[in-house]
Design a protein around this ligand. Structure first.
Ligand code: SF4
Ligand code: SF4
Length: 429
């Protein structure tokens, strides 16, 4: 009898939900949902969304062509106006950060490493499908150099040229021309024409979303707080990839619940909880390490000056003339003038905005996050610290990255910082 050949059992790839990146997201989400009391019921929409997208790896749907963006400087209204969907690709996963570290310099910023690590992966999460175009604004040096690397991975990349100075008339004109050129590239990509009507419709989508965000922002002025910062960051992080209409409706629902909380005299934290303003390198899910450490130590993040939240959604477009070219120029102005990212040569606006937020939100102290390797945030720290020092506002500077190795040490520093703020409050009372 002939020997039967051994049966080969094919190895099934492990399901995504058992991968390291799903595990990382699951841990952070469980912490956000289960380890804090009195989460608003309307936050369930966002908890479910992150669970589906990051923990189960569900695919995201989009309308028309998909245009990835790597920074808030890419005008999303223009993308919508051409019938395409913008998707912000900035990534917060340590898993992808490590993947990016395999081909990027060791001292690169975690955000850029994770974004490139994600794009180089065969299992891109969020599962968005391959973008038809990636718009990469030429902001910091690392983002600038990322263009060619992303292109080398087989993506089509458009360099959106951003000036380094924002105060001069020359830079304004230069930027307006850049934005018009982007419109030309989008027209070529989609085969559509930019019209007054399509741009107006696109602007009304973002205006409605921004109005919902502003209402949420205003509820956070209340003392004691109605909602924790970890939830507010989750809401704004969802804006990166969620359908804009669904996102807006979910935020409006959350605002209704916060209005009821305010009426009922609800407190999400103790009256004495130190109120923190968060600034610097942006917290992006699942890397909400620092806001979570602040809130599990008894503080509350009441507002922020970061590009994953306030800086992304607060400033609205002011249109003088409703002719298509003027509308594009007004849009360009919205993206240049109010931007407080430290990529610009001078950034007095950032200091002014921070001081305004301190007084408007009754802030007790400021936490400044700088991702290791991010020179612009590291360099700008000194002048921001001097400003706060003059104003007598406590500031904690934290240089960190996406790994969890420094959690213990950071937790001790944050506890001590919050304690000093409590003592300060007591002395002033
Ligand atoms: S930190 Fe600045 S350059 Fe980087 S994504 Fe945010 S706004 Fe863009
Ligand atoms: S944190 Fe710094 S290095 Fe990283 S993207 Fe933003 S500006 Fe660039």
């Amino acid at each position: 009898m002939e020997n039967e050949s051994p049966k080969i059992i094919p190895i099934q790839p492990a399901p995504y939900s058992r991968s390291r990146q799903a595990g990382e997201s699951q841990n952070v989400l469980d912490h956000i949902v289960d380890d804090f009391q009195d989460n608003p019921a309307s936050m369930q929409y966002f908890y479910d969304l992150f669970r589906r997208v990051y923990c189960h790896g569900d695919a995201l749907q989009h309308e028309g062509m998909l245009v990835g963006t790597t920074c808030i400087q890419a005008p999303e209204e223009l993308i919508y106006a051409f019938g395409a969907t913008p998707m912000r690709l900035c990534n917060g996963s340590y898993h992808y950060d490590q993947r990016g570290a395999d081909f990027m310099p060791a001292k690169s910023c975690s955000l850029v490493k994770a974004t490139l690590g994600m794009l180089s992966s065969e299992t891109v999460i969020p599962k968005i499908g391959k973008p038809d175009l990636i718009v990469n604004p030429t902001t910091c040096d690392q983002k600038k150099k990322a263009s060619a690397m992303i292109e080398g991975m087989g993506y089509s990349v458009y360099d959106l040229e951003v000036p380094s100075v924002k105060e001069s008339e020359a830079s304004r004109v230069y930027w307006q021309r850049s934005v018009r050129q982007l419109a030309g590239r989008l027209q070529e990509l989609t085969g559509r024409k930019l019209t007054r009507k399509s741009l107006k419709q696109a602007m009304s989508k973002t205006t409605r979303a921004q109005a919902a965000f502003r209402a949420l922002h205003n509820f956070r002025r209340q003392s004691p707080s109605l909602i924790l910062g970890k939830d507010a960051f989750l809401v704004t992080n969802a804006y990166f990839f969620d359908d804009i209409g669904r996102w807006t409706t979910a935020v409006e629902k959350l605002n209704e619940e916060l209005a009821q909380r305010a009426k009922a005299g609800f407190k999400a934290v103790q009256s004495k909880a130190p109120r923190v303003l968060f600034t610097g390198s942006p917290p992006i899910f699942p890397n909400l390490k620092l806001p979570l450490l602040i809130e599990e130590s008894g503080g509350v993040v009441v507002t922020d000056e970061t590009c994953s939240s306030n800086r992304m959604l607060y400033d609205m477009t002011a249109v003088d003339e409703w002719r298509v070219n003027d509308m594009v120029d007004s849009l360009a102005d919205k993206y240049l003038k109010p931007c407080t990212c430290p990529i610009f040569t001078r950034n007095d606006d950032r200091k002014r905005r921070l001081l305004d937020l301190v007084s408007d939100f009754n802030v007790d102290g400021v936490v400044y996050q700088a991702f290791a390797g991010c020179q612009v945030y590291e360099m700008e720290y000194r002048s921001v610290a001097e400003e706060f020092n003059r104003a007598g506002i406590p500031l904690l500077y934290v240089e960190t990255d996406y790994s969890t190795d420094d959690k213990g040490q950071l937790s001790t520093r944050i506890e001590a910082f919050l304690e000093s703020m409590k003592n300060r409050k007591k002395q002033r009372a």
